[in-house]
Design a binder for this molecule. Sequence first.
Ligand SMILES: Cc1cc2nc3c(=O)[nH]c(=O)nc-3n(C[C@H](O)[C@H](O)[C@H](O)COP(=O)(O)OP(=O)(O)OC[C@H]3O[C@@H](n4cnc5c(N)ncnc54)[C@H](O)[C@@H]3O)c2cc1C
Length: 381
Amino acid sequence: MKTYDVIVAGLGAMGSATLYQLARSGVKVLGIDRFDPPHDLGSSHGETRITRSAIGEGEEFVPLVLRSNGIWSELEQATGNELLKKTGLLIFASGTESSVMHGADILHDTIRIAKAFGIAHEALDETGLKQKFPNLAFETGSRGYFEPGAGYLRPELCIATNLSEAQRLGAEVSTGETLIAIESAGSTVKVTTDHNNYECGKLVLSAGAWIKKLLGPRVGSGEFRIFRQAMFWFETEADYSEAHFPVYLKAGDDERSSYYGFPSIDGANSIKAGFEQFDSETDPDSVDREVTEAETDAAFELVSKSFRIRREGARAKTCLYTVTPDFGFVIDFLPDADNVLVVSPCSGHGFKHSAGIGLLAKQMVSGEEPYANVSKFRFRA
Ligand SMILES: Cc1cc2nc3c(=O)[nH]c(=O)nc-3n(C[C@H](O)[C@H](O)[C@H](O)COP(=O)(O)OP(=O)(O)OC[C@H]3O[C@@H](n4cnc5c(N)ncnc54)[C@H](O)[C@@H]3O)c2cc1C
């Protein structure tokens, strides 16, 4: 039987970042994935992910993103890959609606956190918004926030870079291999996959939307909920190119009136807009991955109130959220196995933190003092 210091099961955003950090520290590590990451079947595809430093979802996230930014930059220097592009971030909301997102009042809480952490930003009123973004239509009394240091990450390239750097530093990677059972016995964990049996000192479970099925009754039934989300690309009739236009969040009273998105990148003349829904849960193995015309119509209707876009030529894709009850993260050892670390930070806002979470996971399985406070990322009692 093959043995490792650590096995990482699931090599998407979180697992690939963890594998990179473990390989860097010199431990004997194996990463396995049921598919061949980066792929478009989990939570980490679709060309772009927003990164912002004032995290309105909670101050506990700020150290993660700040650490991540340093790691992306280190990876960029080592490989020459451009992972993070700074475009600035605009959050805007009408004067009459609240700005609810991920359980926070995202506009109000982002400004509060930006002030608390000294993150450069501007708070904008309707006049300021119209002056700064003349190609957007704003409702009367609109309010906004602009963070110049924010931007977007290229998720597929981030994952590919983590994996290639991890392998260069000595990690083993096995794709097309699915973890099916774990047994924690004293100081070792027995890991069974559809191809092999392994033994390791520590196991990191970073299986994204599959975590709920994988853990089954080991954790509370409400700990993770899986939701299908849709993202759309609309051709533009005005200049929203990344040289002149930022990533954005349009916040409304609820997810039906809110969306987020990206400028035109790589000269594409299309913006991307993503929507969230928390009404019906799904299963990653049977989710409907087709987006209907009706879904695209509804997205167009809302986005075209602010952006000058065309309905014709729109394309769309689905993706999966793994959501905890408080829209936060779980980065914790299993209640019944202190050598199995679950790393499941999604809740719709995990990617920007993934590089820093990889470092946190490496510190936790190595018995080192974590650089960030993890008390908010524990399983619920
Ligand atoms: C549409 C959408 C938009 C988002 N926008 C943003 C954003 O703008 N900014 C932001 O910060 N975050 C955003 N997020 C959240 C972010 O993308 C996620 O938090 C992050 O991608 C989750 O990474 P993960 O590693 O948990 O999951 P994944 O990247 O999906 O990785 C899980 C991996 O585990 C593998 N796996 C599963 N089961 C097994 C098994 N049994 N054995 C072996 N391997 C297995 C899978 O194949 C997969 O590769 C968004 C998410 C979605 C879906």
